[in-house]
Each structure stands twice: as structure tokens, then as C-alpha cells.
Write a protein that binds this ligand. Sequence first.
Ligand SMILES: C[S@@+](CC[C@H](N)C(=O)[O-])C[C@H]1O[C@@H](n2cnc3c(N)ncnc32)[C@H](O)[C@@H]1O
Ligand SMILES: [Zn+2]
Length: 281
Amino acid sequence: MLSDVVDVLACPHCHRACSTTRSGLRCEEGHHFDVARQGYVSLLTGRHSGHGGDTAGMVADRADFLTAGHYAPIRDLVATAAGSAVEPGRDGTCVVEVGAGTGYYLAGVLDRLAGSRGVAVDVSRYAARRAARCHPRAGAVVADAWAGLPVRDHAVDLVLDVFAPRNPAEMRRVLAADGVLLVVTPEDHHLAELVGPLGLVGVDSRKQERMDDQLGAHFRLVEREQVEFGLALGHADVRRLVGMGPSAHHVQEVEVSSWLAGRPEVVAVTGAVALSVYHPR
Ligand SMILES: C[S@@+](CC[C@H](N)C(=O)[O-])C[C@H]1O[C@@H](n2cnc3c(N)ncnc32)[C@H](O)[C@@H]1O
Ligand SMILES: [Zn+2]
């Protein structure tokens, strides 16, 4: 719930601490933010980039796809790394997931870290609606990572970023000096059996190098683990996978249907991701 994490939130206007009121949150300067009926709070400001993030349809497809367990190996990978990064029994530690979507990975991490609470940050209010219910110790906030994270300086022990945008300076600012950043990125052959035939957005082979460069001023790479796993996808799962990703905007439904028409009922697909562990500089 939001009340579990309000002490780590910062007002997006004046960056002061927030506390809960009867209808929402209020900062020390008096800026007020309503909590939505679904339990999340929007801390968007006028400075936000205008990008609304994932649409309702994309979020629904993502929720169904993840609930079916196809990305459970990624969730396990992230939770195990979180267990090494943060002492599991330590009370009051805080995890922030940037671009959290439905909060699927944050919930997995909070299950592993008994004493922790978590903040799911996403610019999409449809995502925040789901993330608000992802775990009893999580709160969901709508915010644009490019405009800044509405989180207090050095208040966070672990930042997660799974297939989501990265704002290195902000991720560094919110992390404690001994905090850890975990980033999951797709490898270049992730979903290869679908990317080529369906014209999905692929991964460029220099992605990891570019990420290390992008993060380098604020973070030091300490470990990188590559994981490959098999997905057995029914036709509805393939449609959801297309619908939940960046290809949702340009791949036509009819193309997906005609490709699936020539496939077996269950399509074998490769999942391949890298988990990178960074420490603040
Ligand atoms: C590919 S999805 C990944 C979601 C989640 N991490 C997962 O893997 O299930 C990217 C997410 O980042 C969010 N997003 C995009 N731009 C953002 C921004 N500027 N600030 C915060 N979130 C953003 C989208 O709304 C979407 O939920
Ligand atoms: Zn304020």
C-alpha cells in the first residue's frame, strides 16, 4: 500500500517529504495529490515528456502473459539477484522498480525480501492501476522517469529496471551509497523465432555496450548473467506477446493471424535475457 512507502516519496514540485492525508498525499510545502480509487497516486508534473507509456490494451496483454508464467525464469533471476543485493531479513529496506508495468517483477522481489517495501513507478496509469495491487507491501506511483523520479535522495536500497527506460542520474540519486541497480535487457536472439517472421522490433547487438556507456558516469558494472529459457506459447500467448510490446503499434493483427495459421498449436520460442548488476560510483 502507498502508506508503506510514503516516507520515501518526494514531492515532484518541491522535492520535499510527503505524508498521507485522508484523501491523498501532501508534501511539507502543501502540494496535494489525490490517491486514485484504484490505490495509486499520480505525481506527474507539467514537465512530463507527454509520453503516456503503455496503453490499456498493452497492459492487459502483459498482465495475462505474465500471469501465465512464461517469464517466470526472469522473475526468479531478478528475485535471486535481489536476495544477494539486499539482506532479506533487514526491516524497512526499499525497492523501486522503474517502468514497473504491472509490478510482476517487484512483487517477486518483495516475496523474496521479507522486510522490504516497494515502489512501482510507471508513466502509464493503466500500469499503475495493476501495480497498486501487485503486492501488499508495494505502492504504485505514476511518474515520468525522464522528468525525474519522485523519490527522496538516497532512500532506496535496490532499483530494478526490467525492459524499461533508464534515467541513470535519477537512479543514482535515489540509491543509497551501498545500494544496487539491477537491469534486465533482452539478448539479441530473445524471441528470435517470432522477431523475424512477424517483423517485431528486434534488439541491436550493441545494446549492452551502449547501456554500459549510458550508465557509466553513475554506475559501475559488477556482474552480468545471461539466461536462456524455452517458452511454449499457444496462439493466444503469441498474440499477447505482440500486443504487450513496442511492436503492438505497427504489427497488423492480420499478419499475426496468417503466420499463426501455418504453425502448430504450441509454438516453441527462445527467451534470452541478461541481468546486469551495477553499483553506484
Ligand atoms: C516494456 S514495458 C516493461 C514493464 C515491466 N517492467 C515488465 O517487464 O513487465 C515498459 C514500461 O515502461 C513504462 N514507461 C515508458 N516510458 C516511461 C517513462 N518515461 N517513465 C516511466 N515509465 C515509462 C511503460 O508504460 C511500460 O509499462
Ligand atoms: Zn511540494
